[in-house]
Design a protein around this ligand. Structure first.
Ligand code: MIC
Ligand code: SF4
Length: 646
């Protein structure tokens, strides 16, 4: 039987296991990327593995998240990352050069390759026909050390596109419609693969925007074919030599097919405070807005900036609105300038910021109290913007600019005729923001600032586990709840003791103190626990505070992998109704947990302090079990390496 594109890429990279959905497999990783907020930890881990040089075809370290330098800490991290890149043979994308996913698509993405990135939106590169997956920093460190990436073989869902988008409707509306249909849990364990005649009508950056938000479906990745459109994109980037065709076989099959007629779509918007709370723009039109931002790895390509600039020719921004542009990369900014976009944006009253994540991760741009902020971003989880009780809506650049003009949420079709966009066949390319690997890397000295603390050491899993339920939470808890970001907390990413003081601070600021006092903690949660970011600090910092296990209804993929990497046992309720029996403050005991894990047991018996007993599932591969018993991946790898030397 024929293969789809995802299966073709996996088949050419598989080193362990069989391509049957749900089964553990391991794949070779060709490229890696890190960004600064996850990167400092990933490189500390890479150093701890003790390899002399990265072993991938290409590894890039980007600085795009922690751009505010309100003291020495972020600037020190940037210098550390630059020296690490020079020392270990990586490309280094300098602060201000752009958001990792936008720059990677422009300069490095290549059809048929695999990419592992320590950022959950790494699948953006799937717009260029590659299999790009987000993971925790430690998994990326292992990939840089030449180790394969372990995952469960995903199901491949086909999204069959027909027709073409109407004026004022764009790629963001396609993925918002899918989020409406499937929700933030709809893609767990799946790769979303797009095919059909409608695909030809989408540019690579349109495809990138769709692949980017596939992460919000919980999907492992999103994959587009590599076709004539991909070829033209690589030509425009002066990289035609990296093109190869990659199409599904005629008789390829998918586990399920979802059909979308692009012509039938209209402007969509995700309402507060989840990316799947999607409505038609016209259903919420008329609400006053105070801030509108075009940017983030979802929508900051040249096309997206040009939509705003062209729409604003001869129009002004509404006087109650702060309209802001965060260009995705310096390449976008430079080309937008040459196209005359800056003139039109500045004249209309836009605030133009540097290229980077900025307000998307709460690094500035927090909206005013009790006002609506419209953003072309990826996530509107509660409080992520930096403002308590925020009202953040996610939309396309078209809806954003129309609303900035009118001062109220506006269906862009109300503006009349859509602007004509002409994009260059060849972009102006200037890679002086990217420093390539150096020849004499072994002479490079690594520069460490005082805020960069060594990795904590963790002990192996005990025979029996007893832990206090120091926190019980509900469904769809995000990593922004577990380990918040923002300008105050992000500078602590290389200092685990300091950052751990903020674990669950948005939900319960007294959690860290209770956890430390208890010494051993089990967290109880609902469905889709740990959705969102790839940040391993959401596992590492709780582990530092004494969290040894989590018992929930279901997990999000990357968070579960991070828990295992840091020796926290992920368990799910055999009967979800048992969730109700446990209260915060109870103590849970799991006798013989270590033995059960090592013997491959699928379930364990949990006793609570009220005398109830129930079953918890251990959905783990053999490798996961060894890692958990060792107390985490680094402990396990070190032990394995020392065995090799014996
Ligand atoms: C995000 O969008 O939440 C982030 C910040 O890019 C994270 C990574 C991080 O927490 O550093 C992600 O998506 O993985
Ligand atoms: Fe940066 Fe936002 Fe994209 Fe995360 S989602 S990589 S914070 S722009």
């Amino acid at each position: 039987m024929g293969l789809n594109v995802t299966e073709k890429i996996i088949a050419s990279h598989i080193v362990e296991g069989q391509m049957s959905p749900g089964q553990p497999i391991a794949i070779k990783i060709d490229q890696t990327l890190t960004q600064d907020a996850t990167g400092t930890m990933a490189y500390l881990e890479f150093e701890a593995i003790g390899i002399d040089k990265v072993k991938t075809e290409l590894s890039v370290s980007y600085v795009d998240h922690n751009l505010i330098q309100s003291d020495f800490r972020n600037a020190d991290d940037h210098r550390f990352l630059q020296s690490i890149a020079a020392r270990y043979g990586l490309y280094f994308s300098r602060p201000g050069n752009g958001i990792c996913h936008q720059v990677h698509l422009e300069r490095f993405a290549a059809p048929g390759k695999t990419l592992l990135g320590s950022d959950s939106h790494t699948p953006t590169a799937g717009g260029c026909g590659m299999l790009a997956i987000g993971a925790g920093g430690l998994d990326v460190a292992m990939a840089m050390a030449g180790q394969p990436f372990h995952l469960n073989m995903p199901e491949v869902v086909g999204v069959y596109l027909t027709g073409s988008l109407s004026p004022w409707v764009s790629a963001k509306d396609v993925i918002l419609e899918l989020l409406r249909q499937l929700t933030v849990k709809g893609g767990v364990g799946k790769v979303m693969e797009y095919f059909g005649p409608g695909v030809d009508t989408l540019s690579v950056t349109d495809r990138g925007a769709i692949a980017n938000l596939g992460t919000e479906l919980g999907a492992t990745s999103t994959v587009f074919p590599s076709d004539k459109v991909t070829k033209a994109f690589l030509e425009s980037q002066n990289r035609e030599d990296q093109w190869s065709e990659l199409l599904p076989d005629q008789d390829a099959s998918y586990s399920k097919i979802i059909e979308i007629d692009l012509s039938s779509l209209e402007p969509m918007i995700a309402c507060p405070s989840s990316p799947d709370n999607v409505k038609k723009v016209k259903e919420v039109a008329g609400r006053p807005v105070s801030q509108v931002i075009i940017g983030s790895c979802a929508n900051s390509s040249l096309r997206d900036i040009m939509v705003a600039a062209k729409t604003l020719e001869n129009r002004d921004i509404h006087k109650e609105v702060s309209f802001e542009i965060n260009p995705g990369s310096r390449q976008v900014l430079e080309n937008a300038d040459v196209q005359g976009a800056l003139k039109s944006l500045i004249h209309a009253g836009a605030r133009i910021h540097q290229c980077g994540c900025l307000g998307c991760i709460g690094m500035g741009q927090a909206p005013a109290t009790d006002t609506i902020s419209l953003r072309t971003f990826t996530r509107n989880f509660p409080g992520r913007s930096g403002t308590k009780n925020d009202q953040v809506y996610l939309c396309s650049p078209e809806t954003a600019v129309a609303s900035a003009i009118k001062g109220i949420i506006t269906d862009p079709r109300d503006l009349g005729e859509a602007p004509e966009l002409e994009l260059p066949d060849r972009f102006i390319i200037n890679d002086n923001g990217i420093i390539p690997p150096t020849a004499h890397s072994d002479q490079v000295e690594i520069i460490r600032g005082p805020n960069i603390k060594p990795l904590p050491e963790f002990d192996p899993l005990p025979e029996d586990l007893t832990g206090l339920v120091a926190l019980k939470v509900g469904d769809n808890i995000t990593t922004d709840h577990i380990m918040p970001a923002g300008s105050k907390i992000l500078p602590l990413r290389s200092n685990v003791p300091a950052i751990s003081e903020f674990v669950f601070s948005a939900i319960d600021p007294s959690f860290p103190e209770r956890a430390k006092k208890a010494g051993s903690v089990i967290i109880v949660g609902g469905e889709n626990y740990g959705q969102g970011s790839s940040r391993e600090h959401a596992a590492l910092a709780p582990r530092y505070l004494g969290v040894r296990a989590k018992l929930v209804k279901s997990f999000a993929r990357i968070h579960k992998a991070n828990l295992i990497n840091f020796g926290i046992v992920p368990m799910t309720f055999e009967d979800p109704a048992d969730y109700e029996k446990i209260d915060q403050g109870d103590t849970l005991t799991i006798p013989g947990l270590r033995k059960a894990i090592l013997s491959g047991a699928k379930t364990v018996t949990v006793r609570d302090s009220n005398g109830n007993t129930f079953q918890a599932r251990l959905d783990l591969s053999q490798r996961d079990r060894f890692i958990l018993a060792a107390g985490g991946l680094l402990n396990w790898v070190r032990a394995e390496l020392s065995k090799d030397h014996d």
